[in-house]
Design a binder for this molecule. Structure first.
Ligand code: ADP
Ligand code: MG
Length: 298
């Protein structure tokens, strides 16, 4: 296969790991900076160039699109799709997953466990909005945050009010959730490839912190999942139509609750913690899908 990895930085662990896994399996692979891909669109014809040269003959593209370049990155990915290139995560699915509110609405429709969440625009409705949610503590989060940035814990209702006012003052989109206390600052990252959980780790927030993100100093260990957790992770990835996904779960009294579904989950923490060759699993999955497409076309 001829593979392309859309990534801003060829030196990132996730990128180098995918490159190594592809080469090991005998594929040609190159890393493309999405911001250096440019395109021509005309009726029935899609063209892409990279650093002044045409991009042709690519069988599959693996999108690793960071939050800061969602718009341009998904436009490039969509152009590849239009050119008939296979991607495990479509541009629409990546966009959908970036929006936490939209993701929660889609997951709720499938009856997947979630922390109860409220969302509202007008300050006049804040009191009733918080009444809909129940007693503090509340978790307030920016709709498009990542790596724990913009996720706040409000211990009291007055603190929730203050944080909500502050976010509104910044014209930020945010949502408010019940705080899942019994998770005790831990969450579970399930790495799903092609409808299977290939690896899972537990992340424990450091002392005095409730966010378990590794970027916030969380400590990772191997997680043993029960059948309900596996089922929830697989269904969440399927609902978001992501063939590669990082599904974050909280363990609660009412079972696993999905926090978010990540469309470009990092490999470093989870490969290091679990010892699973996730990059290899991703390449192997893409091989199967590309072969199936080629067989169908013949
Ligand atoms: P981000 O996209 O920034 O990672 P998350 O929604 O995943 O945002 O939240 C970051 C972390 O904060 C989670 O990994 C979890 O540890 C903690 N957290 C988030 N929401 C809740 C909640 N409702 N109850 C308890 N802890 C939460
Ligand atoms: Mg998260």
């Amino acid at each position: 296969m001829k593979l392309a990895i859309l990534s801003r930085n060829a030196k990132l662990y996730s990128t180098t790991s995918l490159v190594a896994a592809a080469r090991k399996r005998g594929h040609r692979v190159r890393v493309l900076d999405p911001l250096r891909c440019y395109m021509r669109i005309e009726p029935g014809k899609f063209l892409m160039r990279y650093k002044s040269k045409p991009l042709n003959g690519i069988d599959a593209v693996i999108p690793r699109i960071g939050n800061s370049i969602t718009f341009y990155g998904t436009a490039v990915l969509r152009q590849f799709e239009m050119m008939g290139v296979y991607t495990p995560n479509s541009s629409d699915a990546v966009l959908r997953a970036r929006d936490k509110l939209r993701s929660l609405q889609l997951l709720a429709r499938e009856n997947i466990g979630l922390p109860t969440t409220v969302f509202g625009d007008n300050p006049d409705d804040t009191a009733d909005l918080l009444a809909l949610l129940g007693d503090a503590p509340h978790v307030i989060k920016l709709n498009e945050g990542a790596q724990g940035q913009g996720v706040l814990l409000a211990e009291k209702r007055s603190a929730s009010q203050g944080m909500i006012e502050a976010f509104r003052g910044l014209y930020a989109n945010f949502l408010v959730q019940e705080y899942i206390k019994e998770a005790k600052g831990a969450d579970i990252r399930c790495f799903v490839v092609g409808g299977k959980v290939v690896a899972a780790m537990q992340r424990q927030a450091r002392e005095g912190e409730f966010r378990s993100n590794l970027h916030r100093g969380g400590i990772a260990t191997v997680a043993d999942l029960d059948p309900a957790e596996i089922d929830t992770a697989v269904r969440a990835a399927h609902t978001m139509q992501l063939d590669i996904a990082g599904v974050d779960l909280l363990r609660s009294k009412r079972g696993p609750l999905v926090l978010e579904v990540n469309s470009s989950p990092g490999l470093e923490g989870i490969e290091g913690t679990t010892g699973v060759d996730i990059a290899g699993a991703i390449i192997e999955y893409i091989e199967r899908r590309v072969h199936r497409r080629q067989a169908r076309r013949r």
